[in-house]
Design a protein around this ligand. Structure first.
Ligand code: B12
Ligand code: SF4
Length: 429
């Protein structure tokens, strides 16, 4: 089968820009559409292409469809991309005969959203194995599509969904990601500040924790699924001379024993690359020596979801640690000399004092790259269940983490101006 996998363009709308003319709140990140490369790895018997509309002009979609004539078009989408993907799917369905499949973070958390006539199948959760099985059945024109993890629309009724029990079999570790399918886009995937080429590798899916705002646990049914170290090593090598590796796990080093084993194997193989990993603050505090070992293997920086500096809010987010862990982890990271990307959540109920406290904290602890996201209840998360009746904005185009979709305590203009001024201060340094 011909399968076209599409990474949607950068999506999202901005209240600060539309309402108050504040144009500086832009979080443009870059990186390869790794989920699609992973999926392509599970489609070995098919002719697969990847179209990255974050690199190409949107208008390229049509000539590519006309030239390739796919039997299956697969879209990935986070929440703020969901509407755009539905619009593309509608247009494609009106112009050609093909099956449209959607997967990714939003489909996993809120599959019902894609219960639309233009979508044929929705893959819920990590999708390498289930998508491969689906493509196999479609190729044989089978009509009985009863595959765990695959939801489908039935005319006039709700989604029909075969539930699943996630396991390591879903990872299909013998099939590596198809890095080759994005070769033409490689020059776009750079770590901008350092102008360094960057590649993605994953060592584990899902997370060991269940923070209330987080959209990761639904992708694996709450499980933490580890790759074996051999397959990770293989993927690092497949990236050839790319010098910088972003480990895109939501929680790298979540299994310290496995993390140590991988570190030992990277050292033994003599691989010389730089790594950046997402690590929990309590992992840093409890496993300082592990980080030190990893630094010896090339770890250059960490992304840490500190989220908050106040105990009551940390506890409301179900982070499972207190603010002293945040400060201790920062001391340890500075002692090691690692680059620190610190994620913080700005709650819509922030006062000027809260903003000032956060700003002071970031400056005092010399966090190199602070990232400030506005608390956003994503459908499918525990936070959404508790906050949905208070939502001011339901249009998912605004679910970019840079808009307050819940009411702000400060007047909106003041909220956004304060938020923007802190971001600008840190990012202009
Ligand atoms: C790398 C990354 C990016 C990259 C690359 C993404 C890309 N597609 O180009 C960049 C930097 C561009 C990016 C951008 C953004 N990101 Co981002 N990103 C990630 C990150 C760190 C890793 C994603 C990844 O590669 N995972 C590994 C792959 C293998 O797993 P996966 O994506 O879950 O894919 C599996 C399944 O979901 C499924 N699947 C996925 N797609 C499809 C498609 C089909 C057809 C099928 C069948 C199955 C399927 O199968 C895959 C393989 O098993 C995640 C956090 C995380 N650790 O997961 C955040 C994450 C996905 N990003 C997030 C967000 C919010 C954003 C941004 C809005 C920016 C921001 N403020 O953070 C923008 C969105 C872009 C835009 N404005 O439109 C959120 C999404 C939450 C949500 N539901 O909205 C996440 C979860 C992080 C978080 N803080 O919560 N991101
Ligand atoms: S925020 Fe981080 S630690 Fe919490 S559930 Fe999500 S990935 Fe895991």
């Amino acid at each position: 089968m011909r399968v076209l996998l599409i990474n949607p363009p950068n999506c999202g709308r901005s209240i600060p820009e539309e309402e108050f003319g504040i144009t500086s709140i832009k979080q443009i990140f870059r990186g390869e559409p790794f989920s699609l490369e992973v999926l392509a790895g599970g489609l070995a018997n098919h002719d697969v292409r990847i179209l990255d509309l974050k690199c190409e002009k949107e208008s390229m979609l049509w000539p590519v469809l006309a030239g390739f004539k796919p039997d299956i078009v697969g879209f990935t989408a986070v929440t703020c991309e969901a509407n755009k993907v539905l619009a593309f799917a509608r247009e494609i369905k009106s112009q050609m005969d093909c099956r449209i499949v959607v997967g990714g973070n939003h489909a996993s958390c809120d599959p019902q959203y894609f219960n639309q006539p233009e979508i044929d199948f929705i893959i819920v959760g990590i999708g390498k194995q289930s998508f491969g099985q689906l493509a196999g059945k479609l190729e044989k024109n089978e009509t009985d599509i009863d595959i765990p993890g695959v939801a489908r629309r039935k005319a006039g009724s709700n989604l029909q969904f075969t539930s699943r029990n996630y396991s390591r079999a879903d990872l299909m570790e013998d099939n590596p990601p198809r890095y080759d399918l994005v070769e033409t886009y490689r020059s776009h995937y750079v770590l901008e500040k350092l102008n360094m080429r960057m590649g993605f590798v994953i060592t584990a899916h899902g997370c060991t924790h269940h923070c209330s705002f987080c959209a990761i646990p639904p992708t694996t049914g709450g499980k933490y699924l580890l790759h074996n170290s051999e397959s990770v090593l293989r993927d690092i090598k497949l990236l050839g001379d790319i010098p910088f590796i972003r480990m895109v796990d939501a929680n790298t080093f979540g299994n310290p024993r496995a993390a140590q084993e991988l570190c030992d194997r990277i050292k033994a193989a003599g691989i010389r690359k730089k790594y950046i990993a997402d690590v929990r603050a309590d992992t840093i505090v409890n496993h300082y020596d592990l980080l030190k070992e990893w630094q010896g293997a090339g770890l250059a920086g960490v992304v840490v979801g500190f989220e908050e500096v106040e105990d009551s809010r940390l506890s409301a987010y179900d982070k499972q640690y207190k603010s002293d862990v945040v400060t201790r982890s920062l001391e340890m990271l500075h002692k090691l000399g690692l680059m620190i990307v610190g994620d913080f959540i700005v709650s819509p109920d922030y006062t000027e004092d809260d903003f000032a406290r956060l700003e002071k904290f970031i400056a005092r602890h010399k966090i190199h790259v602070p990232m400030l996201s506005i608390l956003t209840p994503l459908p499918g998360t525990p936070l959404y269940a508790s906050a949905k009746n208070n939502l001011l904005i339901h249009d998912l185009d605004y679910y970019t983490f840079t808009n307050a979709v819940l009411p702000t305590r400060l007047p909106q203009r003041q909220f956004y101006e304060t938020y923007a001024s802190i971001m600008n201060k840190f990012h202009s340094r």
